[in-house]
Unconditional design. Sequence first.
Length: 214
Amino acid sequence: MQYCSASTTTTTPTTDQGNGIIKRVLKKVGFTPNSKARIRVASHMLYESVADKINYLAFFNDFNMPNTFNSWFLVTELHVWMLLLRSMAEGSESGEDGRFLRNCIVEALWSDVNTRAKKLGANNPSRTRQQIEELSEQFQAALIAYDEGIMSEDRVLAAALWRRFFALNCDDYEKIERLVKYVRRQVVMLDNLSRQDFLIKPKIPWQDLNKIHI
């Protein structure tokens, strides 16, 4: 993102007048803390905190997941959902900022998904589009299931993770319990972040899966 600045003038306005001018200029170029331009930038930084910072190999190894595009998506989806949860706590009483932030994070996700999927399916674009449509439907269902799980007791969250993340294919209850514990801790961590560290200058200290033990 390129930054713009106002031209320097030879006259110095009074403090109140100057502050008013500065605020109007910053608002015009998208620099107010609640502006949509600022929120959109923050949304991409938040998404990148997942795509670039999460230790995907730890998930693949610890939960016996194949190193595939689908496995990458499942891990990404889980963390994006947690960001969406936290996003809804932001903004005015109407929740407008939170909803806009949520939508921007989802846009960032699908932009990345499309880019990665096209590279993998360059020889069969029609099949790639179909797979993305299927993922989109699964994503919406996953958000509902995870929302219900996080607001309920651990067994409900465990069931949601078993159905979606483990694709009904995990008989090791300790692994499911470990993932439940991981999710609960990450949600608490996000909930405790200040607006400054989450939205203004995102700094997401994701906990390492390898440090989560039952």
